[in-house]
Design a protein around this ligand. Structure first.
Ligand code: RIB
Length: 334
């Protein structure tokens, strides 16, 4: 039975990360721990050479990760969680950022396949559906995060975007707002599409007429939030609230609202989505729908390892919950 890095860690009573630090001769390990770990490595005849190990097991012990926008703290936090979890299993990550560019998304998939990664985690747009399905059919373990290509059985870790969009809008309605705008996320992603669906469903269920003049398409970027909010304000003088499909666009909307000489929440109330790190730091602090961002990353990485080890089948959907984080950007009106 091949001795693994986890066996060494268990036998020594330390973390896999500590064993990895000893193997890489890092300074931040006490002499006592280093000596104990080295003795166990020697006694169990552990071969840390990942290349040799890879050749024997026909594995590279690398995982590919594809995200659309690493400058968005949402994806940066997910990437950190994924790497943290994979390191515990002795895997490293080859990371690709696509800047929401569909061609770069396809190039990234091809690159990672050429690097013979053992598995792939990605937030894909619909445009890459054929490539993602082909990889799955070729037997590469894949887990989708956040955004997924529809009609695929590929394992995914997501939130219920319709429910989350509904609850964000319902919160504004219960605060007395009726003229509520929505800045959508990218409409080539199911997260953007389904949050807008939740917005419309809430208005309908509360008997509020949907005014398409109050709905503007964004792409999850701050700039798109600014431009969309600017357009909405120019078109409508009577709106009192806006639901932005993510926090980056909410920050862009702040810019447009202030540029129009208006105040938040006195003139315009705003709710975002994600609760990324900046949401609590802006003024007024942003009320938003919190995604369990770090948990999504860890669950996705752990699910992929189970699939690689054959412990989990190659299908399945894990849905995690969002929750309302009430701060200072929404006013109650009667
Ligand atoms: O902020 C980036 C957005 O894109 C998030 O809402 C996430 O859900 C992704 O779809």
């Amino acid at each position: 039975m091949r001795v693994t890095i986890k066996d060494i860690a268990r036998e020594a009573g330390v973390s896999v990360t500590t064993v990895s630090r000893v193997l890489n001769n890092k300074a931040d390990v006490s002499d006592k721990t280093r000596e104990k770990v080295l003795k166990i490595i020697d006694r169990l005849n552990y071969n840390p050479n990942s290349i040799a190990r890879g050749l024997v097991m026909n594995k590279t012990y690398t995982i590919g990760l594809i995200v659309p926008d690493i400058s968005n703290a949402f994806f940066a936090e997910i990437a950190k969680a994924i790497e943290d979890e994979l390191r515990e299993y002795g895997y490293s990550v080859i990371f690709c950022n696509t800047d929401n560019d569909k061609d770069r998304e396809k190039e990234s998939i091809d690159l990672l396949r050429s690097k013979q990664v053992d598995g792939l985690i990605g937030a894909f747009s619909h445009d890459s559906k054929d490539e993602v399905l082909a990889l799955g059919k070729a037997g590469l373990p894949i887990v989708q995060i956040d955004r997924l290509v529809d009609d695929s059985q590929i394992p995914s870790v997501i939130i219920d975007n319709i429910l989350s969009g509904y609850e964000a809008t319902e919160y504004l309605i219960k605060k007395g707002h009726r003229r509520i705008a929505h800045i959508t996320g990218a409409l080539d992603t199911n997260t953007g599409i389904r949050r807008a669906e939740g917005y419309r469903k809430a208005l309908q269920e509360y008997g509020i007429e949907i005014d398409e003049e109050l709905v503007m398409e964004g792409d999850f970027s701050q700039e798109s939030g600014y431009l969309a909010m600017k357009e909405i304000l120019e078109r409508n003088k009577d709106l009192t609230a806006v639901f932005a499909g993510n926090d980056m666009m909410a920050l862009g909307a702040y810019r447009a609202i202030y540029a129009a000489g208006l105040k938040i929440p006195e003139d315009i109330s705003i709710i975002g989505h994600d609760d990324f790190t900046l949401a609590s730091l802006v003024s007024p602090a942003l009320t938003t729908m919190q995604q369990p961002i770090y948990k999504i990353g860890k669950v996705a990485a752990s699910l992929l390892i189970d699939i690689i080890k054959g412990k989990k089948n190659k299908e399945g959907l894990i849905v995690v919950n969002t929750s309302l984080i009430e701060r200072s950007s929404v006013k109650t009106i009667h």
